[in-house]
Write a protein that binds this ligand. Structure first.
Ligand code: ZN
Length: 135
């Protein structure tokens, strides 16, 4: 069994954004030559996240970002000195990690699923840690 770690650079261009990273991750997987196993994705930031959702209708991610903004607005009462508590909360709600099975050197995603890097306090230069475990 092999364990291969990779770090991807993700450049975000908006204050809040969901970037489809599926192909970037798939190409990295192909480069590892791991046929079967598990991929762990981890975002080492406190105001961004990683999730899996629909990639067909671009309005899904717009609706998700809109709903998060409605659910976790910027509040005057927030105490955090950076003024970005809404982004910290969204990061925790969406989450810092995902797990995807690997089969035949491909990501075992559902037909309508894509991997998204979620920015909540951009634009910034971000990292995404990948760990491939398998053979
Ligand atoms: Zn902060």
């Amino acid at each position: 069994m092999k364990i291969i770690k990779k770090v991807l650079d993700v450049t975000t261009t908006k204050d809040e954004q969901m970037i489809d990273i599926t192909e970037m991750v798939r190409e990295t997987l192909i480069g590892t030559s791991i046929k079967n196993g598990t991929l762990y994705l981890f975002v080492p930031h406190t105001t961004s996240a990683v999730t899996i959702n629909e990639n067909t209708d671009p309005n899904v991610k717009k609706d998700m970002l809109y709903s998060l903004k409605q659910s976790f607005p910027i509040e005057k009462e927030f105490l955090h000195f950076e003024g970005n508590s809404h982004a910290h909360i969204k990061s925790s709600v969406i989450g810092n990690d995902q797990t995807v099975f690997i089969e035949d050197n491909d990501l075992l995603l559902g037909r309508w699923q894509a991997l998204y890097f979620c920015e909540f306090d951009g634009p910034r230069q971000r990292k995404l840690n990948l760990q491939f475990v398998g053979e």
